[in-house]
Design a binder for this molecule. Structure first.
Ligand code: CP
Length: 311
């Protein structure tokens, strides 16, 4: 049995296949807690988890809060509005001051890549990266791996196409690391301007044809077109993007019979994916959200509950 040693969870790039599998196995045992009438176990009683979100979030923030509460931890939900961040206090100083109040874990989301790592270096408290710019979103990657394994019974040997705005996607990067480490093949698909050169070095195949990705894949993983991160125009118009890369029911029929659809949310309905696909029986989108709680319970348990202070 593996022993968890890491203080922080910052990327899937740095985790070994064994560490990823260990988190997924641990999450399996937590999934059942959320189906109970009383959705609570005493695992992290007396611990304090701090949500330190410098960027907006619906799923990740609430998922971590519910995961912590279901483990009986106390949760401090730090809001930027009304904090001294507006007076110029740095993220590291913010974290160090909250650490001085004796807390056990920071969940950090920031619009600059590397900020969670910077904080992790400066504090003794555990740090979980909840998304840093276009770099990584490791717990999203883990919940996606968990969902794929639950649905398909395996990850090794599967072909997963990640489609859309790869350039600005931390979710794509975490998934590429996680999927390839666990033996899946990854196809990246989208307009050439949204797939940075050199992505093949991460072990992925690249295609600009959605038709080809649909035909070859076991799972199509759609990404949101991140218009707020696009400082220049990467495609002529939304209409053209929808025409070339938008997913509808007709296109779904061109794939394998058991082709599955995933998306990390939030969805731009009618852009990267039509509602009829998002709501179809092939869609795992809400199951991903459900599984996020079990995966985050596992990560909190391993980092806060399991690791001894002396490790
Ligand atoms: N999937 C995801 O990270 O969603 P949020 O931005 O709502 O947290």
């Amino acid at each position: 049995m593996m022993r968890w040693k890491r203080k922080d969870l910052l990327t899937l790039e740095e985790l070994s296949k064994e560490e990823i599998e260990f988190i997924l196995e641990t999450a399996k045992s937590f999934k059942e807690v959320s189906t109970r009438d009383v959705k609570k176990v005493p695992t992290l009683r007396g611990k304090t988890i701090v949500n330190l979100f410098f960027e907006p979030s619906t799923r990740t923030r609430t998922s971590f809060e519910l995961a912590a509460k279901r483990l009986s931890a106390d949760v401090l939900d730090f809001s930027i509005g009304g904090s001294s961040v507006s007076k110029g206090e740095s993220p590291v100083d913010t974290a160090r001051n909250i650490e001085a109040m004796k807390v056990d874990c920071f969940i950090v989301r920031h619009s600059v890549a590397g900020v969670p790592k910077l904080i992790a270096k400066e504090v003794k408290t555990a740090v979980i990266n909840a998304g840093d710019d276009s770099h990584e979103h490791p717990t999203q990657g883990l919940l996606d791996l968990f969902t794929i394994r639950e649905k398909k019974g395996k990850i090794k040997g599967l072909k997963i196409a990640i489609i859309g705005d790869i350039r600005h996607s931390r979710v794509a990067r975490s998934n590429i690391w996680g999927l390839t480490k666990l033996g899946a093949s990854v196809i990246l698909c989208g307009p050439p301007t949204l797939i940075p050169l050199g992505m093949e070095k991460m072990g992925a195949e690249v295609t600009f044809s959605l038709k080809e990705a649909i035909k070859k894949s076991d799972i199509l993983y759609f990404l949101r077109v991140q218009r707020e991160r696009q400082k220049e125009t990467f495609f002529p118009s939304i209409q053209e993007y929808v025409h070339l890369y938008g997913m509808d029911l007709e296109s779904l029929k061109e794939g394998k019979k058991d082709l599955l659809i995933m998306h990390p949310g939030p969805i731009n309905r009618g852009i990267e994916i039509k509602s009829e696909v998002a709501e179809s029986t092939s869609s795992l989108i809400l199951e991903q959200v459900t599984n996020g709680i079990a995966v985050r319970m596992a990560v909190l348990y391993l980092l806060v509950g399991k690791r001894s202070k002396n490790d």
